[in-house]
Design a protein around this ligand. Structure first.
Ligand SMILES: [Zn+2]
Length: 275
């Protein structure tokens, strides 16, 4: 269910096209006790009061964090990293939510986290104090912005396992999760346990091409098939490798797909053609 770079970009684009220019009239927080306790939302919930009366200036994304900019330097950061639903509603429609933003005229936006993620209201000068903003806007490179040269630099800078370079809080590339990892390693024909120092330049190029191809396909097909867009429509992209391939035969070489526990998640791979 993870929101990765392409899905955050799609949602941010839809938000920008849909709520830009709208004025926020109200907000409501619901069932937030648990996410408040684990720090997924502002410590001081009164921070959300500062959203009211503001006009939406636009929305964008970096890594897998969405930033909705409001007038007078206020922001709403949304990062439903391990699962969540962000929906736009015409007046009268409703959905389960943690945060609901009501616009003048009756339309609304709801945000619900299903697993780890962040909902944060912050002034411009508070943004750098928010972990996901520092990580995705100040730290690692968004995969969509990477050149082959920069990608090679990032991958070869440290001799380490590949997974932490591509996924997780210290990754050199932001906005990819375990789902993308399985997919790009299969596309590139690289074993998921490879270390960066073991890769040939051809393999690094194949990995770069795989990342770019995955992003382009996900963007073209409206995101992963487990993610809903702003209007509740499912994405059309089915991973070429992942849990959906469990116990199936590799379409490329015919070997049976296996899985291994790696970096805090299950990674599916083909033992026949991922070397
Ligand atoms: Zn295979």
């Amino acid at each position: 269910m993870s929101f990765e770079y392409p899905e955050a970009r799609l949602l941010a684009g839809q938000l920008d096209a849909t709520i830009k220019g709208k004025k926020i009239e109200s907000y409501d927080l619901k069932d937030y006790e648990k996410i408040h306790r684990i720090g997924f939302i502002n410590r001081d919930l009164d921070d959300f009061k500062r959203l009211v009366g503001r006009t939406v200036m636009g929305a964008g994304s970096s890594g897998n964090t969405i930033r909705v900019r409001l007038d007078n330097g206020m922001n709403l950061l949304l990062a439903p990293e391990y699962g969540g639903v962000i929906l736009y509603h015409r007046a009268g429609d409703d959905a389960k939510y943690h945060l609901r933003i009501g616009f003048t005229g009756g339309d609304s936006l709801t945000v619900r986290l299903i697993s780890m993620g962040v909902i944060y209201a912050a002034d411009d000068d508070q943004l750098d104090g928010v972990y996901i903003y520092r990580r995705d806007y100040r730290g690692a490179s968004s995969p969509g912005d990477l050149t082959p040269e920069r990608f090679t630099e990032l991958i070869t800078a440290k001799a380490t396992q590949l997974k932490p370079l591509l996924v997780g809080k210290n990754a050199a590339v932001s906005g990819l999760s375990n789902s993308a990892y399985q997919d790009v390693l299969y596309r590139a024909g690289i074993h998921p346990r490879r270390k960066s120092s073991e890769l040939s330049s051809n393999q690094i190029n194949a990995l770069y091409d795989a990342v770019k191809a995955l992003i382009e396909e996900r963007l073209r097909q409206g995101g992963k098939d487990e993610i809903l867009d702003l209007f509740g429509k499912k994405g059309g992209y089915t991973p070429v490798m992942g849990p959906n391939m469990k116990d199936r035969l590799c379409p490329r070489c015919g070997a049976k797909v296996e899985r291994t526990a790696l970096g805090g998640g299950q990674v599916h791979y083909c033992p026949g053609c991922q070397i």
